[in-house]
Design a binder for this molecule. Sequence first.
Ligand code: NOJ
Length: 546
Amino acid sequence: MKDLSQANSDKWWKQAVIYQIYPRSFADSNGDGIGDLQGIITKLDYLEELGIDAIWLSPVCRSPQDDNGYDISDYQDIDPMFGTLADMEELIREAKKHHIRIIMDLVLNHSSDEHYWFQEAKKSKETPYHDYYVWRDGVEGEYPNDMRAAFGGSAWEWVPSLQQYYFHQFSVKQPDLNWENPKLRQEIYDMINWWISKGVGGFRLDVIDQIAKEPDKKITNNGPRLHEYLRELSRETFQKADLVTVGEAWGATTELAKLYSCPDNSELSMVFQFEHICLDQIEGKEKWDLAPLPFMKLKEVFWRWQTQLHGKGWNSLFWNNHDLPRIVSRWGNDGRYRVESAKMLAILLHGLQGTPYIYQGEELGMTNVQYGIEDYRDIETLNLYKERLEKGFSKDEVMRSIHAKSRDNARTPMQWSDAENAGFTTGTPWLKVNPNYTEIHAAGQLQDENSVFSCYKRLVHLRKEYPVFVDGDFCMLLKEDENIFAYTRTNGDSRLLVLCNFYDTTVSFSLEEDLTAMELLISNYKEIDQTGTLRPYEARMYISKM
Ligand code: NOJ
């Protein structure tokens, strides 16, 4: 097969680092306890200091907030909770002055049930909007089939006035859109082009692999028409501008990712795949069914994605997002070795090939929380709690799962300072601030060259300085080692070498490479012992001397 890697090697997003903002938890400018667009504008200096190239903004469009904005009732307006369209335009403009592009979150698999389309759709079977959604008759007075929604319960909801069910893969307030309808697709393209004309830098596409569902065959993701839809979508919209596009694709394999991110630019720039991040659960069960991380499997997954997409597609690199627990609590150590392990995880990820994503607060080493159930706000967590208790799980067991995996771990307010409410708001925060904000906060880290923030900042800059971060091919070292994640990235004479101890004991290793002949770019311990041992969570990144 022709190596197409050159086709888009000059794309800006290949050298970029993208920062995700979950707006309601980032910065509150008006004291209502909820983050907003003006709040983000006040933090652009901070983001420029970190060095990121783009912000992926979780949804800010008008929404009843059943799923915190992933239920959109007007795609062309901003929710008053976050500000106005003028604020959004200002954010795009101001961010540009800081060399930062704004990436919007497109939720195209479903809308809110309060969207005009759905309001019309449920009035009668004759309106053109009816077919914008997925409707089925019941079967002998029962649900069309036994499909379940991701947030619990049946995926079918009965509308008595129509005597029909509509399909929803998420909450009942998130009816699935019917992509088979060309008129709906055209409305979506018009809306996207409108945002492009406003100057956005790209889009993240929510659960994009679920748009081509075929519920009669119980197909949710990777439906037969998925790539046909994506190519049309890209042709009609994204290809008209110099954008980055990243699709959320839980069902992606490396083969599928090569299609999605084909360098001919026919679909998307890249996808978020979740193979690495789903490893610590009992196989075949849900994320709540906890299992220890199988480290050797983690190494194998990264090796496979790094080698198979090289020159044939493009990876996204992430540990965190607004749906995932904090990585330092999850696979690092949020006690004694919080700083070391947070940096180790950063160094490991940022040396890989792909576009790295930093989720707000990750650059500070923010941690998970352990609240009582009354302090959680996430619809998924609250439904899970009810459902599992009804099924007979003990409260302790359910809370253990929630503490480990609840999405609210990622959603606690950003910790800006040790002032009240971590400097996030002057009001009452919509979700309780993590009590450790008195120790972990941005103000305390910005000037400290040994902070987690400084480590991220250096990594972001290194990627821009050395082309091998973008182009180098990946080779796993110490493949059989059960504690160490080590690899090289090589491009001609240039070689990057990354060594990471993933655990809290000192381990020894032996490598053919002469480390003393290389230059140490970054590490997480002050004094470096070049011999063959790594201290708890020690990480080092070297580059070959020119
Ligand atoms: C994935 C989003 O990341 C998540 O937050 C949301 O609940 C679902 N898609 C439904 O839109």
